[in-house]
Write a protein of this length. Structure first.
Length: 66
């Protein structure tokens, strides 16, 4: 199985909203009122340094391919 995803370790959500034009239709399709609320970077979720997050992902992918 192949899965493609973009994950942010950290992000300036206010800057994201400045540079992206997110239409109301796209938000309503997702059942969301705010694009900013949909952003949940890995740093906030885990509290781990970037290197630790990368290391755990690498370990997880390696363990899944065994």
């Amino acid at each position: 199985m192949l899965h493609h995803v973009t994950m942010a370790y950290d992000i300036d959500a206010d800057k994201m909203l400045e540079v992206l034009r997110i239409g109301k239709e796209k938000l309503s399709d997702k059942g969301t009122k705010s694009a900013k609320k949909r952003v949940d970077p890995l740093r906030r979720q885990t509290g781990l340094p970037r290197e630790a997050v990368i290391g755990r992902m690498v370990d997880s992918f390696r363990a899944g391919t065994g």
